[in-house]
Design a binder for this molecule. Structure first.
Ligand code: DGL
Length: 278
């Protein structure tokens, strides 16, 4: 990687596995001309139950890999990586790697949006154990909306349900109902519920069945895509470094044909991946 290189490159999108594809899908829809390079660390997923040190180490490796592929901007399309690694990478690593490159996450844009949605300030978050333990959502919400009350619920079974293609089967109801009831037992007046994990939109139909109809359910794809578009509008110096040939490329640390099969499930479109090593 050349420091201060100005050659335009694709926007890097990183996730522990397949989940970030639910975010990429909306980015591609909203910004069809831009080139996107997706990297899923499928060989080491899930991240949701891993320690801070490991999530940080793995995420940094992925970010450096994407920079080496010519990305000037990398989106951590993963709540767990955004919660546990983003701040340290932004504050410590970018200066050492190349201070002109940027890494953005999904938590901040999501939190910015809920301020416009919640009417009573009671907000619920579903997330992986890692995202919940990091308290990232509570901290961001407290910064932007100090009057809000935030309630979080860890859902350790939801990612495995989606990954095992059980999201639409009756067995999923037990786990979805259980976590929804746990969240609403903390506060029955929650009016806004954030699906704070990239996999959860695939459980949306079931979640909707159990969340009270008075609460609005917020998914992240569109929010993050809109926020990226807005970021590039406000940062023309980065926008000119993002190439625009409408290309999409997929990298995975696991078996490429398995990735391609799962990608069509997550994005409803096919994706041919290349296997790489981090
Ligand atoms: N992509 C992760 C997230 O949004 C979920 C999958 C995982 O645990 O690695 O938190």
């Amino acid at each position: 990687m050349k420091q201060n290189d100005k050659t335009p490159g694709p926007i890097g999108v990183f996730d522990s596995g397949y989940g970030g594809l639910t975010i990429l899908k909306d980015m591609c829809r909203l910004m069809p001309d831009y080139d996107f390079l997706y990297l899923g660390d499928n060989a080491r997923a899930p991240y949701g139950t891993r320690s801070f040190e490991i999530v940080y180490e793995f995420t940094l490796q992925a970010v450096e890999y994407l920079f080496n592929q010519g990305c000037h901007l990398v989106i951590l399309a993963c709540n767990t990586a955004s919660a546990k690694a983003l701040r340290t990478i932004q504050q410590n690593d970018l200066a050492r790697i190349d201070e002109t490159r940027r890494v953005l996450g999904v938590i901040r844009p999501t939190v910015e949006e809920i301020g416009k949605i919640s009417l009573n300030g009671n907000v619920g978050i579903f997330g992986t154990p890692g995202t919940v333990q990091s308290h990232s959502y509570e901290l961001e919400i407290a910064k932007l909306y100090p009057d809000f009350n935030t309630y979080v619920q860890s859902c350790p079974m939801w990612v495995p349900l989606v990954e095992n293609r059980e999201a639409e089967n009756p067995g999923a109801d037990y786990f979805v109902k259980q976590e929804v009831e746990r969240l609403f037992s903390q506060c029955p007046d929650i009016d806004t519920v954030i699906l704070g994990c990239t996999h959860y939109p695939l459980l949306l139909q079931k979640i909707r069945q159990y969340v009270p109809s008075t609460a609005r359910i917020v998914t992240q794809g569109e929010i993050v895509a809109e926020s990226l578009k807005d970021y590039l509008r406000r940062h023309p110096e980065m926008d000119i470094k993002c190439s625009r040939n409408g290309s999409r490329q997929y990298l995975t640390t696991e078996n490429a044909s398995r990735f391609s099969e799962m990608a069509s499930f997550f994005m409803c479109q096919s994706a041919m991946a290349t296997q790489i090593q981090l």
